[in-house]
Design a protein around this ligand. Structure first.
Ligand code: ZN
Length: 317
């Protein structure tokens, strides 16, 4: 059965590594999945946002993920959750449930943001996209929350001067101020928070001119809303937007009580679907993701499909 799951992941990847939102490549992935859903005895519908549903009966319980991908994608991000849900639905042929493939998760997510009906439970299996489970030596982890996030920028103003003729004491170097700030951002985060400066703009950005103006992009995250706000205050920036953490339900914890608990640092469709629970599958290769080396093992995927099936069984009995 799992051999089939891996073959299907390969088939989705073979359409195109980059399946952009609402592109012909994403359409083709949805068509492929629709065929597999029909084979599992599910009835195909699409909503106004283009999300694909394979339903059986009065489906109040959904399972799935997304089929779009980033340009540098691997095989598992998103597609694993859809393929696993189809396998589980195939094993629970007498149960009312729906498998969903959301549109455009990597862009928004535009699909799950625009769902028209809401389930009593939504179950999403997803590759971890990080190194924690691999380091713990654990195949699966229960997601307790999708972390909150704040994004913004800070501008440092200095004065453009000649790099050769302006004595050090007479300079106002915006990049030196920004560099100190970047270290401060790094040091402001800790065990339960992360903070990153991933982009800077230097003006005039010339090798022989003292930098006059620097814009620094800041990304701050935490699973705890108060810690997130404290982190923003400690760093000292005005967020352009701030998104509170989204707590996840216990549908997977109920069948996997001993599994490690994780907070997702990445956003997922599960943020926007009510009554969502998430299960992470161990990422191998050090947790690399959004990269062709992204990997989960056949054994771990089989375990995840088993847990998803058990959770759906429990919820649709
Ligand atoms: Zn994803």
């Amino acid at each position: 059965m799992t051999g089939r799951a891996l073959e299907r992941l390969e088939a989705v990847y073979a359409i195109a590594q980059h399946r952009a939102a609402y592109s012909p490549e994403e359409d083709a992935a949805h068509e492929l999945a629709a065929g597999w859903m029909r084979d599992a005895g599910l009835e195909i519908t699409r909503d106004g946002a283009g999300n694909l549903f394979g339903s059986r009966g009065e489906a109040r319980v959904w399972a799935g993920s997304h089929l779009d991908s980033v340009p540098t994608a691997g095989r598992f991000d998103g597609a694993l959750g859809v393929v696993a849900a189809i396998e589980a639905a195939d094993r629970l042929r007498d149960r009312p449930l729906a498998v969903v493939a959301f549109r455009a998760e990597e862009t928004g997510p535009l699909g799950s943001m625009r769902i028209e009906s809401t389930p009593d439970a939504y179950l999403e299996v997803h590759i971890e996209q990080g190194p924690v489970l691999e380091r713990l030596g654990e195949p699966l982890g229960v997601v307790t929350a999708i972390g909150g996030q704040a994004r913004g920028s800070k501008v440092f103003e200095g004065r453009a001067d000649h790099a050769g003729t302006t004595p050090m004491a007479m300079r106002s170097d915006a990049l030196v101020d920004a560099a100190r700030f970047i270290l401060h951002v790094h040091d402001s985060a800790g065990d339960d928070t992360v903070a990153t400066v991933g982009a800077i703009e230097v003006e005039p950005n010339a090798g022989n001119v003292v930098p006059a103006r620097v814009t620094v992009a800041i990304d701050a995250r935490s699973a705890d809303p108060d810690r997130l706000r404290k982190l923003v205050a400690d760093i000292g920036f005005e967020p352009r937007w701030i998104r509170d953490p989204t707590p996840m339900g216990d549908a997977f914890a109920a069948v996997l009580p001993e599994a490690p608990r994780l907070v997702s640092g990445a956003g997922h469709d599960a943020m926007f679907v009510p009554n969502a629970s998430m299960l992470f599958v161990r990422s191998l290769n050090g947790g690399v993701s959004h990269h062709p080396d992204e990997l989960s093992s056949e054994e771990d995927i089989e375990l995840a499909i088993g847990v998803l099936t058990a959770a759906l069984d429990r919820l649709t009995r």
